[in-house]
Design a protein around this ligand. Structure first.
Ligand code: 3H9
Length: 742
């Protein structure tokens, strides 16, 4: 067997053990090329009678990240498909030992689960994340995982999609040993020992090592994974138990379609037989793979990765942030400080008054205590995090900060004053960021002597939890500042998206358009509960009115008053002291957190409609959905045309990560392509006429996209182009072709 450095699989024979190493950058995705190479290598090894065991290895960063996602667009897999490869491993004439390093995810873990044994490096990460792509494991994972770890853990891992550590894998029974170096000598020895034990049950397996508290069963007597029934016996004797176990997770599932399909496959594999489960799994996998919901989530996977490579941003220009500062100890400031400290960055919060600092720090403590109680953080992690947060009343405390984030009151003058002060106190090379959600970064920067070092870092509330950060590039923001802000957001585990300066940037600018339509719908005849229900049926966790009540209506009211803008219903509620949940009444009435429709609100709205002379009518769910989403798409088209967002996929990432747009609907711009731009444009024209609101007329980019789309028989993906293109680029450009599926 000859190997070259470009072969996706290399084979070495060492003392009777064949080490097969997958080398298919960047993450050993099981594309057709790798599958073929692996099948060929396994066939060649099977024909060699001198071989006693196979060590199946990958690269230090990835054993394998699973099936190749980019192949999923094109239908059934080209042979050898992944289930065939998995069966080859399980039925191999000599034991195959999977040596897991880096990530073993999805199809990668499914391959490993079919092996006779699994050994892993201490920092290996294991998981079946298919659910976050709108899929379920499709190569035997729903049947083998419960057999290895029991149904309860299997349901958690498959429906949660999260990665687990090697230690956890060992405790769960997914791994047989954790070794410092499973792919090298130690692993080879282990494989030899396993094979010897396999040949002679009276001999203990040599080289078998365990890590942590895991104890190892007599490996040599073990049947193939698909035939193991010890851990599923109880669930099999108790039909319906899987559905019961999964009920809570199903209720919370981000993609209920994929979750339901996964539960069906696990149930069949446990309650019927492995083979029956595999048949159901394959059928459901194919159904989900072909679904719009999975297409949307695969688009988001690509869009998120594209957003990590913003145009005109050189990541090498980023400066390391060793210490940070935050101005303001309010909810946002405290949340941002927590997010920084959670990533190990020491941070100082500066406030104008001691009381405000005390209040802020108390809130931080409360949040940390709660997360310890919920088990999302250990007590010692919480203490370490707290120890990294310092406080001061003096801007001089920022003298050694590499970056300071201002999270003060949303008022331009207040912010300009803060930046002018910061400018005098920080090092000349320190980056200055504003957490403004609407204001003009250029005007804030103009008040400083070094506008090049100013940018926006718009976090979402609660900042320690929400993943999105809009990284706002000002007209004068220099390359180092932008790269540093972006890198910091990534370092603290956020999803940064670069945007340009305009009122509300991308997310809030589009939200504002939706809010205007929501108000308008109330005046024309809808009620809050009806509008909210349309959006929750669409997949949002909450509708605009429930969300407004939760956030508090008074903030928007104050802002509108400052700007001289009116929102008749919301204004009237605030004038009546109904600020939302915190006052027990807003668009809804509240008993604690329980929400109910309120006849007084219906009456109030009807009164306003009458006083404004707007006739009330029945409004269909379809109109409500179109009136809420199509103007957002229109605004998105304007945002693209103005260059405020680099790509339509960036807008989708912002709405999914920051505003709870259902991932299985791909984001507003993806959704527009699914509806079809000609329809979106036609309905916008209709609503512009119906409501005499000229802002609803299709924006130029949308109108042109609709014309193109209408003319093409194949349909357009005008915004999408796989999520990577800006609107202009994508116009006329067909969607990227996909290769064959796994
Ligand atoms: C599956 O397995 C189905 C089976 O059950 C059944 C089949 C029949 N495919 O994220 P990164 C690319 S479904 C293709 O930036 P990181 C990624 O696009 C699959 N490409 O790095 C990027 O490309 P680029 C289940 C993939 O270190 C590059 O690799 N598996 C795949 O932050 C680097 O990725 C998953 O869902 C893939 N599977 O994170 C795992 N994975 O440089 C999905 C990555 O051109 N992947 N790429 O932008 C991940 O979670 C992360 O990528 C990973 C690395 C943790 C692996």
């Amino acid at each position: 067997m000859s190997n070259s450095s470009t072969d996706p699989v290399s084979v070495e024979i060492i003392d009777g053990v064949a080490r097969l190493t997958m080398n298919h950058p960047p993450v050993n995705a099981l594309s057709l090329r790798l599958r073929k190479a692996l099948a060929d290598a396994l066939s060649a090894v099977a024909a060699d009678p001198g071989i006693t065991a196979v060590l199946l290895a990958g690269q230090p960063k990835a054993f394998s990240a699973g099936a190749d996602i980019s192949e999923f667009g094109a239908g059934a897999g080209s042979p050898p498909d992944l289930p065939t490869l998995v069966a080859m491993v399980e039925d191999f004439p000599v034991p195959v030992i999977a040596a897991l390093t880096g990530v073993a995810l999805g199809g990668g873990l499914e391959l490993a689960m079919a092996a006779a044994a699994r050994i892993a490096a201490p920092d290996a990460r294991l998981g079946l994340p298919e659910i976050s792509l709108g899929l379920l494991p499709g190569a035997g994972g729903t049947g083998r995982l419960p057999r290895l770890v029991g149904p309860e853990r299997a349901v958690e891992m498959i429906l949660g999609g999260q990665q687990i550590s090697a230690d956890q894998g060992l405790r769960d029974g997914l791994l047989d040993a954790v070794l410092a170096d499973p792919t090298s000598e130690e692993g080879l020895l282990w494989a030899t020992g396993f094979a010897q034990g396999d040949g002679d049950p009276s001999q203990p397996s040599v080289g078998v090592a365990s890590h942590g508290e895991g104890t190892i069963e007599p490996l040599h007597r073990r049947p193939p994974t698909r035939q193991r029934e010890d851990k599923i016996a109880a669930a099999r004797a108790n039909p319906g138990s899987i559905a019961t176990l999964a009920a809570a997770r199903l209720a919370k599932a981000k993609d209920p379609f994929a979750a339901r399909a996964a539960i069906d496959a696990i149930t069949a594999g446990v309650e019927l037989s492995f083979e029956e489960g595999a048949r159901v799994e394959r059928e459901k996998f194919e159904e989900r793979r072909a679904s719009a919901e999975s297409g949307a989530q695969r688009h988001l996977f690509a869009a998120e990765r594209a957003a990590r490579k913003p145009k005109n941003l050189d990541p090498r220009a980023a400066k390391h942030v060793a210490r940070a500062g935050v101005v303001g100890a309010g909810t946002m400031g405290g949340g941002i400080a927590m997010a920084l400290a959670a990533a190990g960055i020491p941070v100082t919060i500066v406030e104008a008054e001691q009381q405000a600092l005390d209040r802020g720090l108390a809130r931080v403590r409360e949040n940390l205590t709660r997360s310890v109680e919920h088990g999302s953080r250990s007590e010692s992690d919480a203490q370490n995090q707290l120890a990294l947060i310092g406080t001061s009343l003096d801007y001089a405390a920022f003298a050694d900060a590499d970056l300071v984030i201002e999270a003060a009151f949303e008022d331009l003058q207040v912010k300009r004053d803060i930046f002018a002060t910061l400018d005098r106190h920080v090092r000349p090379d320190a980056v200055l960021a504003s957490n403004t959600s609407y204001l003009d970064i250029d005007q804030i920067a103009a008040g400083t002597a070094h506008p090049g070092r100013v940018l926006g870092l718009h976090f979402f509330s609660p900042a320690n939890v929400m993943p999105l950060v809009e990284v706002v590039r000002g007209a004068k923001t220099d390359a180092q500042t932008l790269a540093t802000g972006f890198a910091l957001a990534r370092l603290i585990g956020k999803t940064p998206v670069v945007v340009g300066v305009c009122h509300g940037f991308v997310g809030n600018r589009m939200l504002e358009v939706r809010s205007q339509q929501a108000e308008r719908l109330l005046l024309e005849g809808a009620l809050p509960g009806q509008v909210d229900k349309v959006l929750t049926d669409f997949g949002f966790r909450m509708g605009p009115f429930a969300m407004g009540d939760m956030a508090g209506l008074d903030i928007g009211w104050r802002n509108r008053k400052a700007q001289g803008v009116k929102a008749p219903v919301s204004d009237a509620l605030c004038e009546a002291g109904r600020f939302g949940q915190k006052t027990g009444a807003g668009y809804y009435a509240y008993d604690g957190r329980g929400r109910r429709d309120d006849a007084a609100v219906a009456e109030l709205i009807a009164g306003i409609s009458a006083s404004l002379g707007v006739p009330r009518r029945d409004i269909s769910a379809e109109e409500i959905l179109e009136r809420l989403t199509f103007p957002m798409i229109n605004e998105g088209a304007r945002i693209l045309a103005e260059g405020i967002a680099d790509r339509s996929g960036d807008i989708d990432v912002i709405w999914v990560k920051g505003y709870n747009w259902p991932a299985y609907r791909g984001g507003p711009m993806w959704y527009a392509d699914q509806v079809g731009l000609p329809r979106v444009a036609a309905r916008l024209r209709h609503y512009a006429e119906q409501t005499e609101d000229e802002s609803l007329r299709p924006a130029g980019l949308l109108a042109r996209g609709a014309d193109d789309d209408g003319a093409s028989t194949a349909g357009g993906l005008i915004f999408g182009a796989a999520g990577q293109g800006s609107g202009q680029e994508a116009l006329g450009g067909p969607a990227a072709a996909n290769g064959p599926a796994a």
